[in-house]
Design a protein around this ligand. Structure first.
Ligand SMILES: [Ca+2]
Ligand SMILES: [Ca+2]
Length: 460
């Protein structure tokens, strides 16, 4: 579809600039009497927001409740009229105390969650795996199986991280990663992957984890061999789903840390890069048939308020990437904000907006420690695990609506409305790009010019 550029002459381009927006921020906190460490991990999937509280109090074994019955729980929220509503507090049926329940991964109506420990049986605190199914608006425990036996007493909890993909799930513990596969109705241990550099102590192998249909990525965030900080071990999944070692990915820059957080969506892999590289960056890879290829070193160069640790919590959904970051407001580590990047038609990620919980944080962001983020491309949630809203409640999360946060007519994503946005619109329109469909009718017509003009005039 070609449109005469002369149409541009129809527009009077005002010298608009971005006004301060006042988008609503929803603050989420644990249920009264149940909070402990609300906020990590989190996920948005199929319209549901799931947030773990690893130290949530809950029903005690044998019934009743008491503050000491700390077992962990997962909150399930659904979005109604733009607000997250708590629908369920998810526990395992075999309640215990200090089990550390709730590290999880979710895909559609299937969730795999773990307990780090089991203190009341003879399995040396090896942990359990739980499968939950979502039916009729609720999560139900559908299966449960023990962690594999270990030749030694584990020092760390089972299920430090969980990565679910289709009928396979990766679960890590103490530099060992377990692959389970669904066979029929039950899940079976299919492979045990050991720390690859067994001679290097404390490499943190198994944290974080990510997996798609063809590849698995196993972090080793403490690996400081060869002068680098952190590594990602890349495995190819063979026809049977087994993992075959492919390569060890090191940070692209010698002074960059690597892999404290990682997100994978389709064939896009985003990896935190920090370490001595204080401002931080996020390395984005294209996951090709031959393995991951570095696509972009995403940074915040030029941002006035210099962040610290960009990408300490990174999440991805389609063309939206959220990078949690400490702010540069003070040396108090933990004032976490989220930088939202959008992937343009040219494949490059550009800053779209920054979301800041502070206006909605009743206790300030002082000494908060959480830095998880979650997004589905429409909503963004940032956690503040260490926030203390009350004597018995700990943790909060903040939700932002990207429709409001992102200025739609700022098409070149430079934070200002200028003639270059008109030119970008013209190019998108001529290229048949859906981003030019400003009236949202699924077609590119003259009415989109009018809708763009209206949005531009309205400002942001
Ligand atoms: Ca602009
Ligand atoms: Ca249209």
């Amino acid at each position: 579809m070609r449109t005469p550029l002369l149409l541009a002459a129809l527009f009077a381009v005002p010298a608009a600039s971005l006004a301060q927006t006042h988008c609503p921020i929803q603050r989420l906190e644990p249920q009264d009497g149940y909070g402990g460490a609300f906020g990590m991990p989190m996920a948005i999937d199929s319209g549901r927001l799931l947030i773990r509280d690893s130290e949530a109090s809950g029903p005690c074994p044998g019934g009743g409740t008491a503050p000491g019955c700390v077992n962990g729980a997962i909150y399930s929220f659904t979005l109604e009229d733009g607000l997250w509503t708590n629908r369920q507090l998810i526990y395992p049926l075999d309640m215990g105390v200090y089990r550390g329940f709730g590290n999880f991964d979710v895909e559609g109506d299937l969730m795999i969650a773990t307990t780090a420990n089991r203190d009341s049986d003879s399995r040396n605190g090896l942990g359990h795996v739980y499968r939950f199914d979502h039916t009729s608006g609720q999560w139900f425990e559908a299966d449960r199986f023990p962690a594999p036996d270990a030749p030694y007493k584990p020092t760390g909890g089972f299920g430090n991280d969980v990565a679910l993909r289709g009928d396979s799930v990766l679960i890590s513990r103490d530099s060992v990663v377990f692959l389970y596969q669904q066979i029929g109705e039950s899940w079976k241990l299919a492979q045990t992957i050991d720390q690859r550099d067994a001679t290097i102590p404390s490499v943190g192998f198994g944290l974080p984890l990510a997996m798609n249909d063809d590849w698995a990525f196993i972090g080793a965030m403490l690996d400081q061999s060869d002068g680098y900080y952190g590594a990602i071990h890349v495995y190819r999944r063979d026809a049977s789903g087994q993992l075959v070692f492919h390569e060890k990915l090191r940070p692209p820059l010698l002074d960059a840390g690597f892999g404290r957080s990682m997100a994978l969506d389709g064939s896009t892999l985003a990896v935190w890069g920090g370490g001595t590289h204080v401002a931080g960056s996020v390395f984005v890879y294209d996951v090709t048939a031959d393995g991951p290829v570095l696509h972009q070193d995403v940074t915040l160069e030029g941002v006035t308020e210099e962040p610290i640790g960009l990408g300490i919590g990174v999440s991805l959904s389609g063309d939206t990437m959220v990078c949690g970051s400490y702010t540069g407001r003070s040396w108090m580590p933990g004032e976490t904000v989220g930088y939202v990047f959008k992937r343009g038609a040219d494949g490059l990620w550009r800053l779209a907006t920054m979301v800041d919980p502070e206006p909605a944080a009743p206790y300030g962001l002082f000494r908060t420690t959480g830095h998880a983020t979650a997004t589905d491309g429409e909503m963004v949630v940032i956690s503040h695990v260490g926030e203390r809203p009350g004597p018995a409640l700990t943790g909060a999360a903040y939700s932002f609506d990207l429709d409001c946060e992102i200025c739609q007519p700022d098409l070149d994503l430079d934070g200002a409305l200028t003639i270059f946005d008109f030119l970008t619109f013209m190019n998108l329109f001529q290229d048949g790009d859906a981003r030019a469909d400003f009236d949202g009718d699924g077609d590119l017509t003259l009415f989109d010019f009018l809708a763009f003009q209206t949005a531009f005039d309205a400002g942001c």
